[in-house]
Design a protein around this ligand. Sequence first.
Ligand code: NAP
Length: 257
Amino acid sequence: MATDFSLFDLSGKRALVTGSGRGIGFALARGLAAAGAEIILNDIEESRVATAAEELRGAGHRTGYSVFDVTAHQDAADAVARVEETVGPIDILVNNAGIQRRAPLEEFKPEDWDAILKVNLSSVFHVSQAVARHMIPRGRGKIINICSVQSMLARPTIAPYAATKGAVAMFTKAQCTDWAKHGLQVNGIAPGYFATEMNKALVENDEFSSWLCRRTPAGRWGKVEELVGAAVFLSSAAADFVNGQVLYVDGGLTSCV
Ligand code: NAP
């Protein structure tokens, strides 16, 4: 029986990826573009996102960008409205922007707790609501929330991060519960450990790196491009009845103790 790969084709779709000036967000943007989607990159820093957009355009992908802070409710709503009016409908939203701060919990600064909650959790509310308000009248749309293995497992010194990623996994189910009836699919991708700027301290720590490789059944760090398949699938018609799920892309890390 022939397999219909057009189910995974994103031609004619437009995807907004938050925090996509670098790292996982940029890799996902490049992957969605390769599957046919037009990309709207986002970051707080214009120079970074402009350079990233140039790189995608250079590879022949239709790419624009929108500079806004995902923690600012009205700025996000205004930016989304501008994209919808001047570029066109957003079919796919990837809530990727995130930050990490590390300290023993008893020493964690309240301002760092607040910053992590704002960027990792509240932003998913702000940007999703802004985009969903445009998707709902159209009766279709895909939202992907970037979770983490810390949606399921804790580690010392990153308690606030784990709290937010657990919450994003639950918020994914909640968004599905409210919006599935409007034709939206909301799912999560939970990456294991990937060598990005966020994890620079861990990548440079030989002790951590060898612990991680022993701890992960696949025996290695992930490569950011290994997250693309999950993102294309969850953005595509192939996942039209997949809703409220979190797909772990972690080399088996959450499958063993
Ligand atoms: P990264 O390299 O630090 O990239 C994150 C991007 O988000 C940066 O470009 C950052 O810009 C941007 N950003 C931060 N705050 C923002 C805001 N308020 N508004 C708009 N953009 C903002 O991190 P990453 O490793 O690619 O992580 C991406 C996502 O994957 C995060 O949600 C993270 O929690 C998740 N994740 C990562 C891993 C991993 O192993 N790397 C594992 C599991 C989950 P600035 O630098 O200018 O702030």
